[in-house]
Ligand binder design. Structure first.
Ligand code: SF4
Ligand code: FES
Length: 672
């Protein structure tokens, strides 16, 4: 089965993804261990809150005699001292440091030791029910110091057994391997062999473990128990006969959402997952059970039979429709998004995302997307090429300002910080006194906290922000650094005169990029009589009344930075090519700036742009490149922001998200 697996297969699975972060930490430990250990040994005493180093002979110290150390060096030493005193455990021959309280399986996961596991998940309680992680555990006898088999040599669940200093664990011993084969055979007794039509194929733990730990043949000759398919709610199907009863889904609805819609019904081979009578699985986090299910029992209705997972490419991104800043992976193929999955971030969204974020990307491929520039000619909007559209836009703005009027720029909270910066820079170039405003920030009800009854500050709380724009804070931060008086939308409308005609604004650049129609009659009437350049993604009533329209790009089609409701700045990458002739807003700002400065746009031949190709996967979609000025680059823009505005120095710390590591198949690929 592994031969069919996509290159990023394992990285799509939420259960192990926590392991990546931990194993990175583990690697860091490994790299520093030798010198740090030696430094640690020389640091013996603490005095008045300061570390005093007394071993002048130690060349690793680099400090002669007895000296007082503070700051960064002191931190390193504390780490080194701590590191030197960490307990260790040996798992399958690999010596691993651990923090007291960690279970053996957690230590193994953090150190890249492969132990099979179904029911364990970092974000759920430990039930140790699947029994595939069992291992032989030997620990030092308190009196003799000799290793002795725990529990008389019985296998124990590594997911539930705490790691102890000096213990030695084997999950690759003959006894453990025999157990793994027995568990696999047991689980496959009633599991249908429908991998070719199962959506989970290619990212199924039963497939993987069958290959890695199974016995290869089945001795079962009786009839398999047949169980029904169930419609659990708006997004989830349950194929009961594929379920291995790990109870992850049940624990999720009890521990993470507190809604408890799911439970285990029946006993023995008639056991099945079912809904509490009369209640559907429709809480706002419900679809996380799809990611949690290690086999193909819980399936996403939206993704059902849509694409084989090994064709999907994976781009790390940030939620682009709410203020939550949830870390996500956009999974796409040939320029089309197929699904969005959570990306672990313990400080933001932990392992989960809301259904709103998971399914909120549909507008990216909407038929209402604006795909080509338009300009007004004889009071009618006509399609235009970019050169003409930019020319009409800049000349129209200059004429409308006419020496006495001002330019106003409305920056949407759906845009990235980099877009906001370049647009504001353009506005300041055209009119140094330009009015800068933040677009309307949609809200839906109040913030919600899961599990039900929890408070926002609770350790396990998952907060759903009521604010439905990804970057209101980021846009305010950028515009605020560039101008003293940034207007909120209400004040911006007042500056436009609110349709009264009493305003010193002659031209307006409006940006939208909302996932639905956002134009209000009040805003439309405020723009009347002013030269309006609209940069937007979806067809709205304003398209008919603007003077120039330039089609923008959704967040999935560009790179940038968002600041979430907790004021955390997070960068995201471009996942798919921009639709047809649309451009990202940062590029549009650069182009208009070049037009204003009379720098000719670069006219390029048609070219193929391939985005995010990964080894062993199908290349992404192709697109046609329209003429443009200097190419937009999010990282370069952030560097410029840091250099030019001290208030934006914080962008110097923003790092691009690390893409998932590709997993290469360990079976030969046969060229057809
Ligand atoms: S449906 Fe999936 S997650 Fe739920 S118990 Fe069965 S195998 Fe586990
Ligand atoms: S993972 Fe340990 S018993 Fe299931």
């Amino acid at each position: 089965m592994r031969a069919f697996r996509g290159a990023t297969h394992k990285d799509k699975l939420p259960r192990r993804s926590g392991r990546n972060e931990q194993s990175e930490a583990g690697l860091a430990f490994g790299k520093r261990s030798a010198p740090d250990n030696q430094q640690g040994r020389c640091c013996r005493r603490r005095r008045a809150g300061k570390v005093v180093r007394e071993n002048a002979a130690d060349p690793k110290c680099g400090i002669g005699g007895r000296q007082t150390i503070s700051g960064r060096h002191r931190k390193t030493l504390r780490f080194a001292y701590h590191r030197a005193n960490m307990p260790t455990i040996t798992i399958n021959g690999k010596k691993c440091d651990f923090t007291p309280g960690q279970t053996i399986l957690q230590v193994a996961n953090a150190n890249g030791v492969n132990i099979p596991q179904y029911c364990y998940h970092d974000g759920l309680s430990i039930v140790a029910s699947c029994r595939i992680c069992l291992g032989e555990i030997w620990s030092p006898d308190a009196k003799t110091g000799q290793l002795a088999a725990q529990m008389g040599g019985k296998l124990q669940p590594t997911c539930q057994t705490p790691a102890t200093d000096g213990a030695v664990v084997y999950t690759d011993s003959p006894k453990s391997v025999a157990n793994q084969k027995a568990v696999m055979e047991y689980l496959l007794i009633n599991h249908p062999l429908d991998c070719p039509v199962c959506d989970q194929a290619g990212e199924c733990f039963l497939q993987d473990y069958s290959y890695e730990f199974g016995r290869g043949v089945s001795r079962f000759e009786e009839q398999k128990v047949k169980q029904p398919k169930k419609d659990l709610g708006p997004h989830v199907y349950l194929y009961s006969d594929r379920c291995i009863m790990c109870t992850r889904c049940v624990r999720f609805t009890r521990e993470v959402t507190g809604t408890a819609e799911l439970s285990v019904q029946g006993r023995g081979n008639k056991e099945e997952i079912d809904l509490f009578p009369g209640i559907a699985l429709e809480n706002e986090l419900a679809s996380n059970v799809i990611d949690l299910c290690p086999v193909g029992a819980l399936l996403d209705k939206d993704f059902l039979f849509a694409q084989r997972v090994w064709f999907l490419k994976n781009t790390p991104s940030i939620d682009g429709i709410t203020a939550s800043g949830d870390n996500i992976n956009i999974e796409h193929n040939e320029g089309k998004i197929y699904r969005i999955k959570p990306r672990d971030n313990m400080a933001i969204n932990k392992w989960w995302i809301t259904d709103e974020v998971r399914y909120g990307w549909k507008f990216v491929h909407s038929e209402k997307r604006l795909r080509t520039p338009l300009r007004r000619q004889f009071d009618t909007l006509v399609e235009s090429d970019y050169t003409r559209a930019y020319d009409v836009a800049i000349n129209g703005i200059k004429k409308a300002m006419d020496g006495s009027k001002r330019l106003a720029l409305l920056v949407s909270p759906m845009l990235s910080c980099e877009d906001a910066y370049l647009l504001a820079r353009l506005a300041r170039l055209i009119d140094p006194k330009a009015i800068l405003g933040v677009g309307p920030v949609p809200r839906k009800g109040e913030d919600k906290v899961y599990p039900l009854g929890a408070k926002a500050g609770d350790k396990n709380a998952f907060v759903i922000s009521a604010e439905k724009a990804p970057n209101a804070r980021g846009v305010r931060r950028v515009l605020g650094a560039m101008s003293a008086g940034v207007l909120e939308f209400g004040d911006f409308l007042k500056a436009l005169g609110q349709g009264s005609g009493r305003s010193d604004v002659g031209a307006v650049i409006v940006t939208g990029n909302y996932p639905s129609d956002w134009i209000t009659p009040e805003f439309e009437s405020s723009l009347s009589g002013k030269f309006t350049v609209l940069i937007d993604t979806l067809l709205t009533s304003l398209v008919n009344s603007c003077d120039v329209l330039i089609p923008g790009a959704t967040w999935a089609e560009k790179a940038g930075t968002f600041e979430n409701w907790q004021n955390v700045l997070q960068a995201f990458e471009q996942a798919i090519p921009v639709i047809e002739l649309a451009k990202n807003e940062g590029q549009i700002a650069l182009d208009l700036e070049a037009e204003f400065n009379r720098v000719p746009l670069e006219v390029r031949d048609l070219e193929t742009v391939i985005v995010n190709t990964t080894v062993g996967q199908v290349a992404a979609g192709v697109t046609i490149a329209p003429p443009r000025a200097r190419a937009f680059n999010a990282a370069d823009t952030r560097s410029e922001m840091v250099k030019r505005y001290p208030a934006l120095a914080v962008f110097g710390d923003v790092r691009s998200p690390v893409p998932s590591t590709a997993t290469r198949t360990d079976m030969q690929i046969v060229e057809l």
